[in-house]
Design a protein around this ligand. Structure first.
Ligand code: NAD
Ligand code: ZN
Ligand code: ZN
Length: 371
């Protein structure tokens, strides 16, 4: 098969790689129908995630079709269309039993394109298939569910739910990239009174309005703290969601919340960040930071199925899976290309049934039919 292989900092190639095969009886093999690229993949390519070893296939977001299952898989069948989440779950460890799948200590958690081969590939091995895959409702397209693999549950769980957004709240979201925009979209599920989006890029702030922000602030040419205070009667926001991952924006979040407010940090920080307890200690604040657990994945799928949530606006670009290298260039140049998410499309829809002919319930590979 072909896949996007990481070869150390700054190096990656779409090239031949061994077909994945079942290793554990709880594994499934999935043919990738749609995949996408995350900001975290760009961090990996800069060498910021040393746990990713050269030779690893990147990618942790996909929709696919199950083509083979291990003997221990009971709830997923060959032919099922599935969402492959960025988080896998062993279902048995202490953390999985508490629905904190991101912390899985039994071999799951964030492993795709990190500790094992990922999903920017024609095929992938999915460990713990029963507890890690989600069947896609028949009425939904790949594109309607693809972003539930990562950005939607991340923004919802780590931003909106950790920040305990309540009806009527003023929510300030700092950073209007895919994560910040997904926070806007999912904050609306809780009917906030006012959503304020803050970013340095006007193009991103325009997107924020399209996604449902009420007010935008460009903190490159406006005093964001003063503006938020003016918008909240001098009190501050009830919730601040940090969706950038730098010290300045985290500090801004801690300054712009009201007494008793909440800061939900989503950004991945690569450098030391100051925590000003000398001013915060008396303000009854709650500050949270976490990795996504994907424990809301099924709920988000139901909301999309019910027409309550539509994430398709994230798909700004479409390319065939074979053009993943070009997609990386496009995504990395988001400031110029205005890319939010690039949808990488696998085998064209018309060829899908053909690819499955003969697959039945057999556990043999039928990949030759797709090549
Ligand atoms: N915690 C998790 O589980 C998790 C999961 C996925 C991503 N993340 C992190 O979330 C963060 C956001 O992800 P993304 O994909 O949206 O990133 P992105 O780079 O696409 O977007 C970041 C946005 O922040 C803006 N920005 C940069 N500096 C700013 C500043 N000083 N003030 C205001 N805005 C500024 C940029 O213009 C951009 O619009 C990243 O740090 C990413 O690594 C965390
Ligand atoms: Zn990601
Ligand atoms: Zn576990």
């Amino acid at each position: 098969m072909k896949a996007l292989v990481y070869h150390g900092a700054g190096q990656r190639a779409w090239e031949s790689a061994p077909d994945p095969s079942l290793i554990e009886p709880t594994d499934a093999i999935v043919r990738i129908d749609a995949s996408t690229i995350c900001g975290t993949d760009l961090h990996i390519l800069k060498g910021h995630v040393p746990a990713v070893k050269p030779g690893t296939i990147l990618g942790h977001e996909a929709v696919g079709t199950v083509i083979e299952i291990g003997a221990g898989v009971t709830t997923i069948a060959v032919g099922d269309r599935v969402l492959v989440s960025c988080i896998t779950s062993c279902g048995r460890c202490r953390f999985c039993r508490e629905a904190k799948y991101g912390l899985c200590s039994g071999g799951g958690g964030w492993i795709f394109g990190h500790l094992i081969d990922g999903l920017q590939a024609e095929f992938a091995r999915v460990p713990f298939a029963d507890t890690s895959l989600y069947k896609v409702p028949e009425t939904l397209s790949d594109e309607q569910v693809l972003f539930v693999a990562d950005i939607l549950p991340t923004a919802y769980e780590v931003g909106v739910l950790k920040g305990r957004v309540e009806p009527g709240d003023t929510v300030a979201i700092v950073g209007a990239g895919p994560i910040g925009l997904a926070a806007i979209l999912t904050a609306k599920l809780h009917t906030p009174g006012q959503i304020i989006a803050i970013d340095l890029a006007d193009s991103r702030l325009e997107k924020a309005l399209e996604f449902g922000a009420d007010v935008t602030i460009n903190n490159g040419n406006e005093d964001a703290l003063a503006s938020v205070m003016a918008l909240t009667g001098g009190l501050g926001a009830d919730v601040a969601i940090e969706a950038v991952g730098v010290a300045d924006t985290f500090e801004l979040c801690t300054q712009l919340i009201r007494p008793g407010g909440r800061v939900a940090n989503v950004g991945v920080h690569g450098a030391c960040v100051a925590l000003h307890l000398e001013t915060l200690w008396i303000r009854d604040v709650t500050i949270t930071a976490a990795l996504v657990n994907a424990n809301t994945t099924a709920k988000l799928l139901r909301l999309i199925e019910g027409g309550r949530l539509d994430p398709t606006a994230f798909a700004t670009h479409h390319l065939p899976l074979a053009d993943t290298e070009a997609a990386y260039d496009l995504f990395a140049a988001a400031a110029d290309t205005h890319a939010l998410k690039v949808v990488l499309q696998g085998v064209p829809a018309g060829r899908r049934d053909e690819a499955l002919v003969g697959a039945g319930t057999s556990t043999h590979h039928h990949r030759s039919t797709t090549s």
